[in-house]
Design a protein around this ligand. Sequence first.
Ligand code: AMP
Length: 149
Amino acid sequence: MATYHKILVAVDLSNESDVVLRKAQLIAGPDADIHLVYVQEPMDNVYVGIVPQSAAFSGLGDLEAQLGEELKQKLTVLGDKFSIAAENQHILNGSPAHEIHHFAKSYEVELIVIGTHGQKGLQLLLGSTANAVLHGAGCDVLSVRIGAA
Ligand code: AMP
């Protein structure tokens, strides 16, 4: 059976990340290179349209940098727990699906592993990160069902 040698595991740093990473390690070949990826979204992406720009944007740079440090620490804890080398732990900036596609292409990743929740109602209409990653991926994508009974 063919095994994957280069795998990207997308994590949102919630407690559910363990499930996704554990599954990736289960299917990885013994010499597989696993890259752990978290994408930090710019805060102005999140707040634009909710609060007036002047109020929303002032001081966001500092806050974003501080948040980036805390996220890096969380990623390190997760990576160390699963023995992922520090150089394979990545924090990217931008929109998750776009950055994951870009990373997968430039690192010639063979498999993207991502978590997925059972979508229903409004979520189904809006789509999820997993859906966005699946559409447009240039390699295989494994969506790991999270929170299934
Ligand atoms: P969601 O559909 O946003 O609930 O996220 C489901 C899965 O998408 C998570 O379990 C992660 O695998 C991935 N994901 C969500 N947000 C991010 C992020 N900011 N960076 C990397 N992966 C993410």
